[in-house]
Ligand binder design. Structure first.
Ligand code: SF4
Ligand code: SF4
Ligand code: SF4
Ligand code: FES
Length: 377
């Protein structure tokens, strides 16, 4: 008797849970199927058709991100037909909009002209800011295609820079819809949607207003999921290339949730932050502070030594002098008013270990139980 819930992918049998898509079964078993529009945790839309596979008995190629696995289904993920379809999809995407990276214009003769043209359009002195960190570019290399086979279509929409965090470059948008799903289904902010129709289609906020005049809360989820250079951090744009940075994993220090994030570090300076995907508690999502609030790290206004206020003015002092003064004053207050006249507030922005030390110091040294924490205030 045939076993239940078995799918055959590229000649190998895999079991699957009811409801799993072909893509999910493939990924779970390390079979690589490329995707562009697919966003884990969101409803599959089947918008880009990059993930198509051949299913025996099906009349046409099937979008594996949206098609459920079925018992005894026979799937081929890299057949000639599949590769031909993916190449076509990629060529069409590359020819729509401004994709001024190495994947366009391999004709040689028009390469320089093309680059100059797109740089002028972009009002920049360099190639696309995400060159080297772009899913479309990766796939173009993988399937060895360019946008040259089709007439290039340009977007009528101007770049939007009217906010401090995110540049929206509609000329590079491939309308995969990941940003819309991220905003609506993952963050549930419902700030952006598809607007207009046909060639005029655009991702819009608040009836086509800039992000800054919409319900956008600048969580940056859309930016993190955009597979191309259509949504880019404003600060790092053109200042940093992905291969120049080191990714350092850490825990966000803004609140007690403990979101996991990557600091992108160049020359000992944090130049970008994104969420670590697939790990708790945030699974890649961040809030505006965690994602964009890092300029304080290198601010020249940060205190670098203790200050003592004397006659209304601050004086820089050594740690020894500062701690001696604090210890002496605590001693005086305790002697005069008793231990319970002192209270200590610690912070959700420090580690558990530091909070432990704060309460130990309060109870064992100051001899009071007056200790609390900003997360409860
Ligand atoms: S978005 Fe990607 S494919 Fe388009 S120009 Fe930039 S790097 Fe190239
Ligand atoms: S930044 Fe956040 S709220 Fe704003 S459009 Fe992007 S996902 Fe939506
Ligand atoms: S902005 Fe990015 S994520 Fe949104 S539809 Fe365009 S390409 Fe896709
Ligand atoms: S990834 Fe499946 S259709 Fe886009």
């Amino acid at each position: 008797m045939a076993s239940e819930n078995i799918i055959i992918i590229n000649g190998n049998e895999f079991s699957f849970e009811s409801g799993e898509t072909i893509l999910e079964v493939a990924r779970r078993n390390n079979v690589d199927i490329p995707t562009l529009c697919h966003l884990k945790g969101a409803t599959p839309t089947g918008a880009c058709r990059v993930c198509v596979v051949e299913v025996e008995g099906a009349r046409s190629l099937v979008a594996s991100c949206a098609a459920p696995a079925a018992n005894n289904m026979v799937v081929r993920t890299e057949s000639g037909k599949v590769i031909e379809a993916r190449r076509m999809v990629l060529q069409l995407l590359l020819s729509s909009g401004n994709h001024n990276c190495a994947v366009c214009g391999t004709g040689g003769s028009n390469w320089t002209e093309f680059q100059l043209h797109v740089q002028q359009m972009d009002n920049s002195s360099e190639l696309c800011p995400v060159w080297g960190d772009c899913r479309l570019q990766d796939l173009a290399f993988r399937y060895q295609v360019t946008g040259e086979n089709f007439d290039a279509t340009q977007t009528p929409y101007l770049m939007e820079t009217a906010n401090p965090f995110i540049v929206r470059d509609f000329s590079r948008c491939i309308q995969c819809g990941r940003c819309v799903q991220a905003c609506n289904e993952i963050q549930v902010n419902q700030a952006i949607h598809f607007g207009y129709r046909g060639a005029a289609t655009k991702i819009i906020a608040a009836g086509d207003r800039p992000y800054i005049n919409s319900d956008c809360v600048f969580c940056g989820e859309c930016l993190q999921v955009c597979p191309v250079g259509a949504l880019v951090e404003k600060d790092g744009r053109y200042n940093v290339r992905p291969w120049e940075t080191q990714k350092v994993r850490t825990t966000c220090s803004y609140c007690g949730v403990g979101c996991q994030l990557y600091l992108h570090v160049k020359d000992n300076t944090v130049v970008k932050i994104d969420g670590v995907e697939d790990v708790a508690p945030n699974f890649g999502s961040l809030c505006v502070k965690g994602r964009f609030g890092y300029d304080f790290i290198h601010s020249p206004e940060r205190l670098s030594s203790p200050l003592i206020k004397e006659n209304g003015k601050f004086r820089e002092v050594s740690w020894e002098e500062a701690l001696d003064l604090v210890a002496a004053r605590f001693g005086e207050i305790k002697a005069e008013h008793g231990s319970d006249s002192i209270g200590v507030f610690s912070s959700a922005r420090i580690t558990n270990e530091e909070n432990y030390v704060a309460q130990k110091f309060t109870r064992a040294v100051l001899k009071t139980n007056n200790i609390d924490h900003c997360a409860r205030l």
